[in-house]
Write a protein that binds this ligand. Structure first.
Ligand SMILES: [Zn+2]
Ligand SMILES: [Zn+2]
Length: 328
């Protein structure tokens, strides 16, 4: 949900009747509740939070650091955003361009539970589940999820799985038209206008976190689960095959691997390389192994363009020098 400061909030509803109650509360403040996946309401952040909490929702900031529509693009603290209700915010969504280790340099966030969600707006199914959270709960109900986010009764988030933040669209400060990247000081000198094309420069999550950080190094509290950095399997296969991610050959290899091993994460993290090789050939299995060893190079994203994976030198000789196009 978007508020009157263009800050996005994530609302988790306990029931469909709570959805209807909130619709009622917001009816005079919005025109697009019935037709938008992410409706705009003419209310301040504390007013959104108050209404959401009053019908039993959980509420927190979405993709908290991004430069267009997030809490930290507009405010410098949780308290500034949610005022007296800040204490009732129990989670924060990291967004694709940030991870736990970046966010844990901001000490006001240490009591919050982090969520790594896919934020999947486009019609492309491969974007679903590109990030996810592993919950330690008894059964998949709202109440159990609430306990996990509040870390009560032994329930918790066990693992955050998300992009290497450099692959996100807003990791580095960059022009939103031609995607040229800038250091923070240079962007300020230029008045946030690109000196090549005149487009607006958007502050990257990397620079924004550096501005907000009160800790020089990440300091994760004891309750913080590990964050596993991943990249979409289809992107890795496309890189190895020198093809676009939606190329039928890439889709076919993706499908075969997921069918054989059960899930994309199983292929990316656990499946034995020899068995991967049996399904898609040795070259691609070596590439997946290189990904696991973090040997793939990453050219960071910025300005609205995703980061890119690049082949490490020992594989680019074998596979020919290919680079991956945009993750459009
Ligand atoms: Zn959003
Ligand atoms: Zn530009």
């Amino acid at each position: 949900m978007e508020d009157n400061r263009k800050v996005h909030h994530l609302l988790l509803f306990p029931s469909f009747s709570a959805v209807e109650e909130l619709e009622e509360l917001f009816s005079s403040k919005t025109e697009d509740l019935k037709r938008e996946g992410r409706p705009h309401v003419d209310l301040s952040p504390p007013e959104v939070a108050e209404a959401a909490l009053s019908v039993g929702c959980l509420v927190g900031p979405s993709h908290a650091f991004t430069p267009w529509t997030s809490m930290y693009k507009e405010f410098n603290s949780l308290k500034e955003c949610y005022a007296d209700l800040a204490d009732r915010i129990v989670f924060l969504e990291l967004g694709l361009s940030a991870d736990t280790y970046m966010a844990d340099r901001i000490s006001e966030l240490s009591r919050l539970t982090f969520l790594s969600n896919s934020d999947s707006h486009s019609p492309w199914p491969e974007r679903l589940g590109r990030e996810f959270n592993r919950f330690g709960i008894e059964e998949p109900t709202f109440e159990e999820v609430r306990r996990a986010l509040e870390r009560r009764g032994g329930r918790c988030v066990l693992l955050n799985v998300g992009f290497d933040p450099r692959l996100g669209k807003y990791h580095r400060t960059a022009c939103s038209r031609c995607f040229k990247q800038f250091g923070l000081e240079r962007a300020k000198e230029l008045g946030w206008r690109c000196n090549d094309c005149g487009g607006w420069i958007k502050k990257g999550v990397w620079d924004r976190v550096n501005e907000l950080a009160d800790l020089p190094e990440p300091l994760s509290p004891p309750h913080r689960p590990p964050y596993l950095r991943v990249a979409p399997l289809a992107e890795i296969l496309a890189l190895g095959m020198g093809a676009e991610v939606r190329d039928p050959r890439v889709r076919e290899s993706w499908r075969k691997l997921v069918e054989r091993f059960g899930s994309e994460i199983e292929v990316l993290v656990d499946a034995p390389p020899e068995e991967i090789g049996e399904v898609v050939g040795r070259e691609l299995s070596e590439l997946i192994l290189a990904f696991r060893k973090q040997e793939l190079k990453v050219f960071p994203g910025g300005g609205g363009r995703y980061g890119r994976l690049e082949l490490p030198p020992h594989l680019s000789k074998k596979m020919g020098q290919r680079t991956l196009g945009d993750f459009t």
